[in-house]
Every structure is written in C-alpha cells, then in structure tokens.
Design a protein around this ligand. Structure first.
Ligand code: URA
Length: 233
C-alpha cells in the first residue's frame, strides 16, 4: 500500500497530515528517510514515524456490555457512542453488528470485518439473539398462550409486508420475558410486545449465537478469541 495510506491506517494522522510528516522527513522505511507519499510498503517493511515502529492492525472483533444511555450510532449525538467506550486505537472504525436502542442494555458485537458482520446478522443464518424484556403488564394464562403462538407463527408488524421469523417466548416471571429472535428488525422486541397490547419497560440482550456476556460488567468490553470469531465462519 502507499506510504501515506499506511501512516493514516497505523497512526492518528489523516492522509494529508501523513503527507506533511513525510515531507518533514519524519518517516523512515527500513532505516532510510522516505519523503514520497506514493512509495509502496508491504508487510516485510519496517516503517517508523518519529522513531516509533508502526504496524498494521488486522481485523478486530469485540464484545461490549452496553449500558443504557449509550448509542450504537457512528455519529456523535446526545449520548456517548459505543465506540467511545472501547479503548483500542482507531476504535471508531469498529461498527456495531446490529444496533441496540439507546435505552437497551447488553451484548453488542463490534467489528471492522464487514463480511463477518453480515454473517452474524443475516436472517438467513438463523443466529439466535436472546433478549430479556421487562413488561409493563403481567403476561400469563390464555394471553400468554396466545402470545407464544403468535410469536412462534410469525406476526405482521405495523408498516411491514413480511411476517417476523418464528420466535420463542418464555416467561421467567409474571413480568420478565425471555424472547429468542433470529433476525434484527427496527425496535423488533418492543414492537412485538406492543402488537400484543403490552409494553416493554426495560430490555437487555443476553446473547448472540453462542456468545454471551459472561462476567463483563456494564461498560466493559473485550476482544473475541479466534475460536469465538470462527463460530460465525
Ligand atoms: N428490539 C428492540 O426493540 N430494541 C432493541 O434495542 C433490540 C431489539
């Protein structure tokens, strides 16, 4: 790759600041000062800026325990963004794999590997996402049996043309529902409960496929292991 791009990929410099650093003679390739931005460098070259060796980072895969009042959006808005919680170089390059609402807590995966992200979120892959929803109204008896059936059959949500994929509803207590979805539509959990006349007052995502939060506390994150990444190969 071009040297200016290599610098932009491995430091906080933009392409134009990288070019300026090159012109100032701050960059060495294999020990010799190089000033031309178009110089090609590869994995075998030793590149240094201001005496610091630089290395390309590979694709990255992270899980985060998202607290409430943190946004999955890439743009800066009212709330801190999930990438603001991740203390990795160039964390803003990581994209959430499917978004949680600002008030939803729980497991968010982030990566800069677009293909992996697609594999995790594609409904065709039928990757199970388990949510814990707190409901405003108790759900039991015949109403619960009806909800279980409607969720399992798939339901038409307002403004949509395709029914939801079969989902599994289990009540953990009168107001605590565990819902397993195999897709990720906009506000899906809240809209499904609204469609049966209830209201979600709190929502938490416990797991995505075989990945769950384990001991990660709200706001904490960790990189996935190679084995975890390969679960979605
Ligand atoms: N469904 C919702 O309604 N909200 C979320 O954040 C995730 C799934």
């Amino acid at each position: 790759m071009r040297l200016d791009r290599f610098l932009a990929e491995t430091t906080d410099l933009t392409r134009s600041l990288a070019k300026k650093a090159l012109h100032r003679g701050e960059v060495r390739v294999n020990g010799a000062v190089v000033k031309q931005s178009a110089t090609r460098v590869g994995a075998a070259d030793r590149v240094e800026w201001d005496g610091q060796p630089l290395a390309l980072v590979g694709l990255r895969y992270v899980m985060l325990h998202k607290p409430a009042d943190v946004e999955c959006s890439a743009r800066r808005g009212l709330y801190p963004r999930v990438v603001d919680l991740i203390d990795l170089p160039k964390a803003e390059r990581l994209q959430p794999v499917g978004r949680l609402d600002v008030d939803t807590t729980g497991l968010v995966l982030l990566t800069d590997d677009g293909q992996w992200s697609h594999r995790v979120s594609s409904p065709r892959r039928r990757c199970a996402k388990i949510y814990r929803a707190t409901l405003a109204e108790p759900l039991a008896g015949a109403t619960l049996a009806d909800a279980v059936r409607r969720f399992a059959e798939g339901m038409l949500l307002e403004g949509e043309e395709k029914p939801t994929l079969p989902a599994t509803l289990v009540m953990r207590s009168s107001h605590e529902a565990e819902l397993t979805l195999y897709e990720g539509r906009y506000h899906q959990v809240k809209r499904m409960f609204a469609a049966i006349g209830n209201h979600v007052t709190a929502l938490h995502r416990e797991s995505v496929g075989p990945l769950s939060l384990g001991t990660l506390a709200p706001g904490e994150w960790r990189e996935l292991s190679a084995v975890e990444v390969a679960e979605f190969a």
